[in-house]
Design a protein around this ligand. Structure first.
Ligand code: SF4
Ligand code: ZN
Length: 738
């Protein structure tokens, strides 16, 4: 290995530490030692320093010790006439640089508080606020877990800039395709990889896994700090246990550095620092290589790699296993694109979402009645519409197979959501007859047509459910009349599915089922599905989960022995709690099935309805996704979903399915359906028959007529007189807020 590299890195370490000391001194003079010094919203202090040394930096005074520590770590300068084994001192120099840089970046939060944008996942590009800085703990929890559970195989820390923006885009997309996160830092003569992507109209941010940390090399600490926080949060590594932390990073977090452009002393010091983590550097310039292996899985520094080979070479050097599945559509396809949104300005075509109908139905067919791989679009396709148009859409999937059963239909149908979302430039929300698809301009430019939806479903159903099906045929309807017919038929099917649990009670079974399908959006969210509490998306009931477990015993629906009943009124069981604690990765340790007031179940963004407490009316309201207006809670559905749909338990609110409203256990812990004082008129109409039946069971047969809706009022004050006039039962119940 090269003396030159060691020289540069050690020199870089000295420079970086000295600079940080200077800035620190100045800050101390300006702000005083009590000035707070921290990254925003984190319990892990300055995470590299905290995780490796146990030192907690909270203010300028407490930064003194780690800065002195960094100075002491600096090895003697490399002398020209002596040949040392360089790796040890080199690594120390790198570590010293990273400690100093972490303090340097924390100082920036004090000196220039608007420079970074904490708490947001996507930068505000229009207003030029492109740098995100340190991820806060909420983002770290949501994203970090992906590195630990394998959803994301790793991250590429890209420093510098590509020779041109087109190359940057190509590299970024290749990483996205492989579901690898790209963390961006540093500039090359003022040009950054991030700005190159913006120039190419590539969506950046946590949601597309292209994360713009900062324009300076010191922003590399955000990537390493993120990795170390994940190690503490998910790997159980104790702060200060540097050996275990670095080992954990090497074994579990598959990351590497791509150095694009001239590598100066500062970059060399950072690259050396990264070797401590086992993260190698792959560079596009002719820098001296460090090839002997030891600390990293394979080589430490590999130079002069052509740009189109950098991603594959990096993956190979880091020893990463990636599986990609080719689907014959003109769009990039994979989980990295799942969280991507199609915004109004980029919108070419929209289907569903309240303005037109979009319905999904999966049905089993006889083997000889369908043709495998046949995809038909009946009605206009993208070539027949112009930008900004809407179409109704009916997605009708027929499957056949020797192992197929009608019970499996809803499980296959529910896959449509994420399978369509995986296509770059296509967004899918919802399920059943409230699906919503947006197609972006970019997808159209690349040649997307509706037929591709069928191609995706055919390929992925075979791939993921090959054990139960042999044939998949997809029909896409885009004429209103056909979509209406399909919707009518589908609603009857949904009804039949729901009815299968109609006569079952929670007491009649010992086993409930979990659903963790939504953890890609809401990592701590765990649906627990009992006969009397269907999944909040409305797409999974107890029977469906049972079937899903049969198809895929290691899948997202696991049987859970409910165990000892801890609270029969609120609906809480020991076995369920234990499971939820584990499945939420220690975030949620208990919840109640039958209460929205006290520790309710967690909620994710795809719930059909959201209920909220109305204190003045001594009752609750609920609103479904199709109703876009204001509600007496002061929030519209979208706001409610945004506030509490991230996978947490939010007392006073709960997500639930439409069907669940009239199930026997619906909020019985809070006074049951008799608490319901408001719901949109269209929802009342939709479930009217069942509302009447449930009202009868509760001794108030005309309950539905005593509930207010938007025609009565949109605030608690407006609806209260109506409730009084109708003698609504909620008004005579115990106070809802104690
Ligand atoms: Fe599963 Fe719940 Fe998500 Fe529905 S909302 S898919 S039941 S986790
Ligand atoms: Zn969900």
């Amino acid at each position: 290995m090269s003396k030159l590299v060691a020289f540069a890195a050690i020199q870089g370490g000295y420079n970086i530490v000295s600079k940080a000391e200077g800035r620190y001194k100045k800050a101390l003079e300006t702000y005083g030692g009590a000035q707070k010094l921290e990254f925003p919203n984190t319990a892990y202090y300055l995470p590299i320093i905290y995780s490796l040394t146990g030192m907690k930096v909270t203010d300028l005074d407490s930064a003194k010790k780690p800065l002195e520590f960094a100075r002491k770590l600096l090895p003697p300068h490399v002398k020209n006439d002596c040949n040392l084994p360089y790796l040890g001192p080199l690594l120390d120099a790198g570590m010293a640089a990273l400690f100093a840089e972490e303090i340097r970046e924390a100082l920036r939060y004090v000196e220039d508080p608007d420079f970074y944008q904490p708490e947001v996942e996507d930068p505000d590009i229009e207003n030029g606020k492109i740098w995100l800085g340190a991820a806060d703990d909420a983002i770290m929890r949501k994203r970090g877990v992906e590195f630990v559970d394998g959803t994301a195989p790793g991250f590429a820390a890209i420093v510098g800039a590509a020779p041109d923006s087109a190359t940057a885009k190509k590299m970024a997309e290749e990483y996205q395709l492989k579901t690898i996160y790209v963390f961006m830092a540093a500039n090359q003569n003022g040009t950054t990889f991030t700005e190159q992507l913006i120039e190419e109209n590539v969506q950046i941010g946590w949601n597309t896994r292209l994360v713009p940390f900062g324009p300076d090399i010191s922003a590399a600490v955000f990537a390493l700090g993120f990795a170390n926080r994940a190690g503490m949060a998910f790997g159980g590594v104790q702060p200060g246990d540097y050996k275990k932390m670095l080992q954990y990073q090497k074994d579990r977090v598959f990351a590497f550095v791509n150095a694009l452009g001239d590598v100066g002393a500062a970059w060399a010091a950072n690259a050396a620092g990264c070797v401590n983590w086992g993260f190698p550097t792959i560079a596009d310039t002719d820098i001296p290589e460090i090839l002997p292996t030891g600390v990293c899985t394979y080589e430490h520094v590999v130079a002069n790699v052509p740009h189109d080979e950098i991603p594959s070479r990096s993956i190979e050097v880091r020893g990463l296993k990636v599986t990609i599945t080719e689907i014959d559509i003109p769009l990039a396809y994979g989980p990295a694109f799942e969280g991507e949104r199609v915004r109004k300005d980029d919108l070419f075509l929209e289907m569903g979402g309240g303005k037109s109908k979009c319905t999904e139905l999966c049905k089993m067919a006889e083997m000889d009645k369908i043709e495998d791989g046949k995809v038909e679009v009946i009605g206009p396709d993208v070539a027949d519409v112009k930008k900004g148009d809407r179409l109704p859409l009916g997605i009708y999937v027929q499957v056949a197979g020797r192992q197929m059963q009608p019970d499996f239909e809803p499980i296959l149908e529910r896959q449509i959501h994420h399978l369509i979302n995986y296509a770059q430039g296509i967004m899918h929300i919802g399920q059943r007859d409230i699906a919503w698809i947006r197609v972006g301009d970019q997808a159209i430019d690349k040649g997307f047509s509706l037929k591709d939806i069928g191609v995706i479903l055919h390929a992925k159903f075979h791939q993921d459910f090959g054990s139960i099906l042999d044939k998949v045929q997809v029909t896409l309807y885009t004429k209103s009349e056909d979509v209406d017919n399909l919707t009518k038929r589908a609603r009857a099917e949904y009804g039949t599915r729901d009815d299968r649990v109609e006569k079952m009670t929670d007491e009649s079974v010992e086993t409930y089922y979990s659903c963790t399908l939504c953890q890609s959006f809401a990592p701590s969210h765990v649906c627990m599905i009992s006969p009397e509490r269907t999944g909040l998306c409305g797409a999974y009931n107890w029977m469906d989960c049972k079937a899903s477990f049969e198809i895929n015993p290691t899948g997202p629906n696991q049987p859970v022995e409910k165990g000892e009943c801890l609270d029969p009124k609120l609906g809480q069981w020991q076995g369920v709690n234990d499971f939820v604690y584990k499945a939420s990765r220690q975030t949620v340790d208990h919840y109640n099935f039958y209460s929205m007031l006290i520790d309710p179940m967690t909620t994710c963004g795809c719930c059909e309805c959201i209920a909220a407490v109305l204190p003045t009316c001594n009752g609750v309201m609920t609103v479904h996704r199709d109703y876009t207006g204001q509600t007496p809670s002061g929030m519209k559905f979208t706001t409610l979903a945004g506030v509490m749909g991230g996978g947490q338990s939010s007392p006073g609110f709960v997500g639930h399915s439409k069907y669940n409203i009239t199930q026997g256990k619906f909020i019985v812990g809070d006074g049951a359906l008799l608490r319901m004082v408001w719901m949109p008129k269209s929802l009342k109409e939709e479930i009217k028959a069942r509302l009447i039946k449930r009202g009868e069971e509760l001794g108030v047969p005309d309950l539905v007529d005593r509930m207010a809706d938007e025609t009565v009022g949109l605030t608690e004050e407006e609806i209260l007189p109506f409730l009084q006039e109708k003698d609504h039962p909620a008004l005579k119940m115990d106070p809802i807020v104690g």
